[in-house]
Design a protein around this ligand. Structure first.
Ligand SMILES: CC(C)(COP(=O)(O)OP(=O)(O)OC[C@H]1O[C@@H](n2cnc3c(N)ncnc32)[C@H](O)[C@@H]1OP(=O)(O)O)[C@@H](O)C(=O)NCCC(=O)NCCS
Length: 171
């Protein structure tokens, strides 16, 4: 297990961030806008970017008490998985959202293939999220490349919707 620290990204990280997202999520399955719409954190191990997490504050319904914290991207280098880095990134991103006024949080967790699982689900549950829905073919509008999980064009992977905060029915 290697040591790492989580820190805000800098301009010097951007090419490493892009390479990591291309290799973990797939070229065409993430976009630059997701990196600049809020907070972008990296996990740094001995000067190398080994994980990326991004979040934004999204506008909520008119009567909501604040914006919704949206966990947009979480990706960890394949060699660095299973040591809690994604969980730590989600926790830090939620803190950033909370400081920005969020009292509820949402994440769309990539389900790898139609009959597959969402590798991010455990990290989301550990940080207080619960499963709130599922959207079939969520990534069907992604780029022309085949999906690294289902190998289809267009992508057939669903997304699980995770929520943390007052339930929709409490509103
Ligand atoms: C999904 C992903 C980000 C998870 O990253 P990770 O750093 O391995 O996640 P964590 O280490 O926090 O949790 C993974 C497993 O590690 C183990 N683990 C968690 N914390 C741990 C710790 N402190 N020490 C040891 N093991 C730990 C658990 O077994 C956990 O399994 P579970 O989540 O099924 O309960 C990573 O697999 C990935 O990048 N996948 C490809 C891209 C992707 O699908 N991203 C999500 C897009 S929505």
């Amino acid at each position: 297990m290697s040591s790492y620290c989580i820190r805000e990204s800098t301009a010097a990280d951007m090419s490493a961030v892009s390479r990591l997202l291309d290799s973990t999520i797939g070229a065409g399955f993430w976009n630059q806008d997701e990196l600049v719409c809020g907070q972008l954190l990296v996990a740094d191990s001995d000067g190398s970017v080994v994980a990326v997490g991004a979040a934004s504050l999204d506008e909520a319904e008119p009567n909501a008490s604040g914006p919704v914290g949206h966990i947009r991207l979480v990706a960890v280098d394949a060699l660095q998985r299973g040591q809690g880095i994604a969980t730590a990134l989600v926790r830090e991103l939620m803190t950033w959202c909370h400081l920005g006024g969020a009292t509820s949080y949402v994440a769309y967790a990539w389900v790898h293939g139609r009959g597959g699982t969402a590798p991010l689900a455990g990290a989301l549950r550990r940080t207080g999220f619960y499963l709130n829905g599922r959207i079939e073919r969520f990534y069907a509008g992604a780029g022309p490349d085949s999906c690294p999980a289902c190998s289809s064009v267009p992508c057939e992977c669903p997304a699980e919707v995770y929520w943390c905060g007052p339930s929709w029915t409490d509103k």
